[in-house]
Design a protein. Sequence first.
Length: 242
Amino acid sequence: MFKIREVAPGMTLAQHFAEARQRFLICLGVTVVLGIVCFVIYPSLLSILQHPYCQADPKNCKFLVTNPLDGLTLRIKISLFGGLLFAAPFWLWHTWRFVTPGLKARERRYALPFVLGSLVFFFGGVVTAYLVFRKTIQFLVAIGGHSLTTYYNPNQYLTLFLLMMLLFGLTFEFPIVLVALELARVVSPAQLLRSWRYSTIAIVVFSGLITPSSDPFSMFALMIPLIVFYFLAIGVGKLLGR
């Protein structure tokens, strides 16, 4: 049913569009199915997402719902995010299968490592955001003072949490982008090494601006890996350039 031809260089533009549409529909279908699964197992997912809150404030880790539609909105939001998150490997795989036949032999050799690397770094960013979020909540609870009793709106809490995981996941693709630029001869490892001071300053500023919770723990959890990734990308670029 889902048999797909390889994209060949001799295919017409219309055939390329048909191929892309077919792969897009397959990935969209997988996302919908996984989203439905997440909708069914919503209580477990909500408990997982609530866990950092309960670690940070065990006595008051309850959600306050003031709108009759908040429960439905929350369940749909978790289902959509879960579907997209768990379907990410399918999207990357079909993107790779679509692009690979049109690449040169040397470029095709790097395609699969790039896909696998993108997945590892993306989910690494998601996990990092999840682990640091406990410190984020502790900071936000403490900064308001002890006279405040916290009962978060679940949609606002979840929006912040999911936004952090998404931003960390996307930002952790930084070394993949740098290595791709090195392979494309846009920049060289030597140029990156000479600019490490300016790049480090840019990473620090970027981490402070992009962190949605504005807490120091999240900023450092983003900043330090990006600096490490920068030098890692330089090393990988040198190895691949040999």
